[in-house]
Design a protein around this ligand. Structure first.
Ligand code: 1HN
Length: 373
């Protein structure tokens, strides 16, 4: 414990009780009644500020890819349900989280394969990493998927995925709030009675209906629980960033930064998960800030590095890294000629809905962190 913490605990009325043999015996006694003395745990359960048990981590695609491909030979989608290699944060192995209460994994499918339909309380999203011919069917809306497309499978929706027989092996990142649903003890899971659901709507009808930035189908629409757009194509996303960059200096912390939205509400894409894409211009190095919320990033284009609580993470296309809650983070584009783009999903909709969101910029050192490792 630092001097400052010690001092604060002494003056600010924090628990500061020395163990005596009498107290230790007392703790044993009440433990027998399935109870405890609050002052023995108070400082742990009431930290001064969020103290994430997640580590800032980087998962390099080149290192993981051969192992992801190997799983094609080891299990079928029928056996495995989903053929996925998940990302394990060293501080969150107990809850299978990549960071905080967020799960991430790399799913692989071969041409002609299809993973059966199911639905669950967890909300999910995919960010396509490589391959051709991938599709997903969400409540009867079949969508075709290409590299860097971002697609939703909101909680409660039937969903299955596959790769067309004339496609190429596909790998995508799955992002889910599974750890959060389990922490809330709210998680249900159901397999579709027919294993495969019908395609009810024209292929790619969601983008044809909702994919215009400024126009939407007239009239009233169904539930606003999640974005009816469902799929966000890379080309339109990149065009939007480029257009915004022509008229904006962007954010000092995130460069040219745009949120994926629900076009009905202007809000986040799903109730628990939000997502954004940011572009770092050639040579750009942002200022550090920290937020109440957990973040999983995937580099969609270019290369660079991020510094997360003093730890430098060097990334390039398809690498994934995380920023735990309330940790300082800044991003840098390593190239002076090319832009770099970072896809990100996070739990900010949860933090905001519960009134917990906070953010602060680093004032010292010109907004840059010292690199410690
Ligand atoms: C899931 O439903 C999928 O639908 C992928 O592809 C990964 C991880 C945990 C729980 C459900 C999918 C998942 C998942």
């Amino acid at each position: 414990m630092s001097f400052r913490e010690n001092y604060r605990e002494a003056v600010a009325g924090r628990a500061n009780v020395a163990d005596t043999s009498e107290l230790l015996a007392y703790y044993d006694e009440i433990e027998r009644h399935h109870a405890g003395a609050l002052w023995t745990v108070a400082n742990k359960i009431e930290p001064w500020e969020p103290a994430s048990s997640s580590a800032p981590m980087l998962w390099q695609y080149d290192a993981l890819r051969p192992h992801v491909l190997r799983s094609l030979e080891l299990v079928t989608p029928e056996e495995a349900g989903r053929r996925v290699v998940y990302l394990a944060n060293s501080g969150r192995r107990d809850v299978t989280a990549a960071v905080g209460w967020l799960y991430s994994g790399l799913q692989v499918m071969a041409p002609g394969e299809c993973a059966s339909s199911h639905r669950h309380s967890a909300s999910a999203l995919r960010f396509i990493m490589e391959g051709t011919g991938a599709f997903t069917n969400v409540d009867g809306h079949k969508m075709t998927l290409s590299a860097n497309d971002f697609v939703l499978t909101p909680n409660g929706t039937w969903h299955e995925h596959g790769v067309e027989a004339d496609g190429a092996i596909c790998i995508w990142q799955d992002g889910l709030d599974i750890p959060l649903m389990n922490a809330l003890e709210a998680n249900f899971y159901e397999v579709h009675p027919d294993l495969k659901q019908p395609i009810i709507f024209p292929i790619d009808d969601s983008t044809a209906s909702w994919g215009s930035a400024a126009l939407k189908p007239a009239g009233e629409h169904g539930p606003k629980r999640y974005s009816p757009l469902l799929k966000y194509e890379w080309e339109r996303t990149y065009d939007a960033l480029q257009a915004f960059a022509r008229v904006s200096d962007g954010s000092p912390f995130d460069g040219i930064h745009m949120d994926y939205i629900n076009p009905e509400t202007g809000g986040a894409v799903m109730l628990t998960l939000g997502a954004s894409m940011q572009m770092l211009r050639p040579g750009e190095h942002t200022h550090a800030h920290r937020e109440v919320g957990s973040f999983v990033y995937q580099c969609a284009k270019g290369s660079g590095f991020s510094i997360v609580n003093g730890k430098r993470l060097d990334w390039k296309e398809r690498d994934i890294f995380c920023v735990p809650a309330w940790m300082w983070h800044e991003h840098a584009n390593a190239s002076v000629t090319e832009d770099a783009c970072l896809f990100c999903f996070h739990d900010l909709p949860v933090m905001k809905a519960l009134g917990l969101y906070r953010a602060e910029g680093l004032a010292e050192n010109g907004g840059r962190q010292p690199v410690l490792s």
